[in-house]
Design a protein around this ligand. Structure first.
Ligand SMILES: [Zn+2]
Length: 385
């Protein structure tokens, strides 16, 4: 073969690789200024409680997109916490928040809302992120609801629990301890599980934490990161062959999980909605966190539970207990902690009976190779730069 023919062939091969269909983003709307925290805080409204995202996946019949409760607005102090949280967020996160789907726009289409708050919610784990797919469009096609600019099937939404804004949750320590207690099905928020220690002020950090977690879920779907195998239902809906970068499979799963089991376990691989604390991952992690800790909590054996959690932190391959629950939460929590290590102005410490450990410090400075690979995956997908 002549060299020119060979080069032509190579060019064609590269061309066909590049032609792989890339998922297009649902972050289509654009706020007036991604750096304007007042604009962001004013874009929040209470979500109509009739919207239950977890029950809507793939059910076009009777789908009503999320809307604001009319005539109710957040208090100034609640907006103040949202402002402070937004001000702390890194630019890459602000850019995504700015691209959340406009809804409840006024008649001129000028003033819209972009963030939901779950009114009177006392449970931070009630927060959700939702990536709206076109299987919600129905037989009449994908129509554009009143007050929106994007048709059904193109929405990206976040809703956070009002407890993060009204004093129900007082700090990121309060939030993380409550979540850990719920993950371990601890009733009564036992003191022995309160291993997060500081800071116990700055409620805006808890809000930033929750926003980053839910945004992480939406970004997982938007990048199609977990759709790296051909027959993921989202690929079929989007007409794509997978994510632009398959690092969820090649980096994240290979680091801490069993890729084969993730792909071959049918109920797991197709999951597009994940209920809080839904595990199923026990058998799939290589370096297992021992979720039999549920039983220890029930039996009041807190020393055993704390020992298990402290071993997880000592390995430095997961950013958190929540991350060790299942691969999707690993991705989402790694994103959340990337946000925190980039912008949190003080250490986030845990303590298992010895010296305080700054979680942010180990992620920044001494993560295990597995965790480095997960952070690299977020970067490869363009989410943290
Ligand atoms: Zn989650």
């Amino acid at each position: 073969m002549r060299l020119s023919s060979l080069l032509f062939l190579i060019t064609c091969l590269l061309g066909s690789l590049n032609a792989r269909a890339q998922p297009s983003t649902h972050f289509i709307d654009t706020c007036a200024d991604p750096n304007d925290e007042t604009l962001f805080a004013n874009s929040a409204c209470y979500v109509d409680p009739s919207y239950e995202p977890g029950k809507k996946i793939g059910k076009a019949a009777g789908y009503n997109p999320p809307m604001c409760i009319q005539g109710a607005s957040l208090s100034d102090s609640e907006k103040g916490i949202l402002k402070a949280a937004h001000k702390l967020a890194p630019d890459y996160m602000k850019a995504r928040l700015c691209g959340l789907t406009f809804h409840d726009c006024d008649a001129n289409g000028k003033n819209c809302f972009q963030l939901f708050v779950i009114r009177n919610s006392s449970t931070p784990s009630a927060s959700w992120g939702f990536w709206e797919a076109n299987d919600l469009c129905g037989s009449g096609g994908c129509t554009t609801p009143q007050g929106r600019k994007q048709a059904i099937g193109l929405g990206v939404f976040i809703a956070i629990s009002e407890s993060l804004l009204n004093g129900g949750i007082s700090s990121i320590v309060d939030l993380e301890n409550k979540l850990a207690g719920q993950l371990l099905r601890a009733t009564g928020n036992p003191r022995a599980l309160q291993f997060f220690k500081s800071p116990t002020t700055m409620p805006e950090l808890a809000t930033l934490d929750a926003l980053a977690h839910e945004l992480g879920h939406v970004l997982l779907a938007d990048t199609d990161a977990d759709g790296f195998f051909m027959d993921h239902p989202r690929n079929v809906l989007r007409g794509v062959t997978g994510p632009g970068n398959d690092c969820f499979g090649s980096k994240l799963l290979n680091a801490s999980w069993s890729k084969t089991e993730f792909i071959n376990t049918k109920p797991l691989r197709a999951e597009r909605w994940i209920d809080f604390a839904k595990n199923k991952g026990d058998t799939r992690t290589k370096n297992q966190f021992d979720w039999s800790a549920y039983g220890n909590v029930t039996n009041g054996e807190y020393t055993k539970v704390i020992d298990k959690i402290s071993k997880l932190y000592a390995r430095k391959d997961f950013v958190s207990l929540w991350a060790a629950l299942r691969p999707e939460e690993d991705f989402v929590e790694t994103y959340k902690y990337k946000v925190l290590i980039d912008k949190m102005p003080v250490p986030l410490t845990v303590n298992f009976g010895g010296a305080d450990i700054d979680v942010l410090d180990f992620i920044r400075n001494s993560p295990a190779q597995d965790l480095k690979n997960k952070l690299q995956c977020l970067n490869d997908l363009g989410l943290t730069r």
